[in-house]
Design a protein around this ligand. Structure first.
Ligand code: SAH
Length: 234
């Protein structure tokens, strides 16, 4: 009888053990590799501990294939969505260790996880968040990692961030009705925007916009579900 109580008390703590988290991370990476996700992105995801970016009570679910709440009614995207979005930044023939040149602007820092992964595949990253509490949460989550090429900004990302322009890429983690003009203006020629957009009926599509010397080329990819892109700060 006594043998049961201690082990059941120990179970939650042992699930959160660092070795278990590493094993869960390896399983996530294995699943994503088996699904054919880009090796450069998976290498970057392998360098960032996702369990440090979710609320502690959800740490044991951090590597599951699901989005998770991060507070303020926002969510961290599921691992395959982050791998998918970031892989759209990597050229097919990129050598291992490839880094996207120039600057990348991320709209929607959230808890900072995707920004941290981005910092491993891009030269310079600016990440903007409109909710002060999340901006501060990301700053706390990222402090120990000392990612010197990642700059967190507090503000409304719908206006982009002109001071860092032109950008090689702009990646949005939130879905708006349309791609803001500021993003198109701040994108370098040869650059790419990856953003979910939402129709009047509430359906979202992942969009890719490439800026060429002669104009914008736009592609609609698969249906997705992201939190809404909102204007202003809170
Ligand atoms: N990539 C994030 C996911 C965050 S969810 C992560 O790894 O955690 C999307 C985020 O976009 C939310 O935090 C939301 O507040 C933010 N957001 C929505 N509209 C925004 C805007 N106009 N400017 C900046 N951030 C915005």
């Amino acid at each position: 009888m006594n043998g049961i109580a201690p082990s059941s008390r120990l179970a939650p703590a042992s699930r959160a053990h660092p070795a278990n988290q590493q094993a869960a991370k390896e399983r996530m990476l294995g699943r994503l590799a088996a699904a054919g996700h880009c090796a450069s992105v998976l290498h970057a995801m392998g360098q960032i501990d996702r369990h440090n970016f979710v609320p502690p009570r959800l740490a044991s679910k951090a590597y599951d294939e699901s989005s998770l709440p991060i507070g303020f009614e926002q969510t961290i995207s599921k691992p395959s969505m982050i791998a998918r979005v970031l892989s759209l930044l990597i050229p097919e023939d990129a050598p291992s260790g490839f880094r996207l040149p120039g600057r990348v602007l991320e709209i929607g820092t959230g808890c900072g996880y995707q920004a941290a992964v981005l910092s491993k595949i891009a030269t310079e990253v600016y990440s903007m968040e409109r909710i002060k509490g999340l901006h501060e949460c990301a700053r706390d989550n990222l402090r120990e990692l000392r990612l010197v090429n990642l700059h967190l900004l507090f503000g409304d990302g719908m206006a982009g961030y002109a001071k860092g322009a032109p950008y090689t890429a702009i990646v949005s983690a939130a879905a708006g009705a349309a791609i803001p003009n500021a993003w198109l203006e701040q994108l370098a020629v040869g650059g790419r925007i990856i953003a979910p957009t939402q129709s009047d009926t509430g359906h979202q599509l992942l969009m890719v916009l490439d800026k060429t010397a002669t104009g914008i080329r736009q592609f609609a990819l698969e249906a997705v579900r992201f939190v809404p892109l909102k204007s202003g700060t809170s």
